[in-house]
Design a protein around this ligand. Structure first.
Ligand code: TXA
Ligand code: MG
Length: 336
């Protein structure tokens, strides 16, 4: 994790943000994954306001952010040995772990569950804020419920406007997709949300993993539709991208394209972005491309899919949720 440079301005902003949190306000702040909308865990009315501001269903629990694993014992009733191994390898970082909650911790953050999801973010501003406040921060992604997660402070401002008391600007997020969520209260541990810490890496450390399909009741957030931009998303395999562009180009519908592979770009597109290279680069730019395409008033965004392995599993999870039922152009053609 990079240190904050000796920048007086950002340090004073962090102090101000901490004092707003102390007074019960809501602060949006950068993490390495996406921007979070934070409240002090111990302030029940501030936590309640997070649900209101986001329009978040009350059965969808929040992730609690801590500076380091030293703060764990005040929040959880037991730390299994497997947690210690994962924490040593992946914290601070984009891995959220679900533990049994201590009874003293407000059940509001956990939406009434007896468990609690916790992570330590790998971002100098998030860490400095947690250090300054000296208390855990409950923070979902800083978007309205069901919308793409914000990866810049401009996205947060666009999503939440004046309903958030303060926004800390940390520039664009490095990872761009939300953390991996792993439920350690299950045996074997259950992967509730894929992310940058991949299933393959987790298996190499802890062996067997349960998946969300085998544990539907334990993953409240995954029941709700997510990541829906205000345009239609259609997925396309790389080999069909050119044909699909030709098929969907239509002077009456503003078509955008998000892809990885270089190829001829037809005239008449309302939006076009191409990110050649790693899945990590594609992931980093996924939600920001959604926000850009909205600004370009795109009506249909054609998105090149990726292999469902490694980080690709997280990308496909978000893309499929954004696309909803009619995911692929073939489905679309059949439906017409
Ligand atoms: O990267 C991230 O995790 C970002 C940044 C801000 O840290 N946060 C984030 O929070 O994505 P949110 O609220 O958008 O997603 C939290 C996910 C939801 O799917 C929720 O259901 C799940 O974590 N979750 C939270 N507490 C849980 C619990 N006790 N048991 C099972 N799932 C839980
Ligand atoms: Mg979210």
């Amino acid at each position: 994790m990079k240190e904050i440079k000796n920048d007086g301005f950002i340090k004073s902003r962090i102090k101000e943000a901490a004092s707003i949190l102390r007074r019960g306000g809501l602060v949006a702040f950068p993490t390495e994954t996406v921007y979070g909308l934070g409240a002090r865990v111990s302030n029940r009315s501030a936590v309640r306001r997070i649900f209101e501001v986001k329009g978040r269903p009350h059965d969808n629990p929040l992730i609690v952010h801590i500076a380091s694993s030293d703060q764990l014992s005040s929040l959880v009733s037991a730390i299994p040995p497997v947690a210690k191994r994962l924490i040593a390898l992946f914290w601070p970082g984009p891995l959220t772990l679900v533990f049994k909650r201590r009874e003293e911790v407000s059940s509001l953050v956990s939406a009434g569950l007896d468990t609690i999801a916790i992570r330590s973010p790998d971002h100098p501003i998030a860490q400095a804020l947690l250090g300054e406040l000296n208390e855990a921060i409950a923070a979902p992604s800083a978007n309205r419920s069901g919308r793409p997660s914000p990866t810049s402070c401009q996205h947060v401002a666009r999503e939440l406007g004046k309903t958030v008391d303060f926004i800390l600007d940390g520039g664009p997020c490095r990872v761009g997709l939300e953390s991996t969520v792993l439920d350690l209260t299950k045996n074997p541990p259950c992967l509730l949300r894929p992310g940058a810490i991949t299933a393959e890496r987790l298996r190499s450390v802890i062996g067997d993993l349960g998946t969300i399909g085998s544990e539907p009741a334990r993953s409240p957030g995954m029941r709700h539709r997510h990541y829906a931009p205000d345009f239609k998303v259609i997925l396309v395999p790389p080999r069909d991208l050119q044909t699909a562009m030709g098929q969907l180009l239509n002077p009456k519908k503003r078509l955008g394209v998000l892809c990885r592979h270089k190829g001829p770009k037809p005239a008449g597109l309302a939006y076009y972005r191409q990110f050649e290279g790693s899945a990590a680069l594609y992931a980093r730019n996924l939600f920001s491309s959604f926000y850009e395409a909205e600004a370009a008033k795109v009506e249909v965004l054609l998105v090149e899919d990726v292999k469902r392995q490694g980080f690709g599993a997280a990308i496909m999870d978000r893309l499929e949720r954004a696309a909803g039922r009619e995911m692929y152009i073939t489905t679309l053609c059949e439906d017409q």
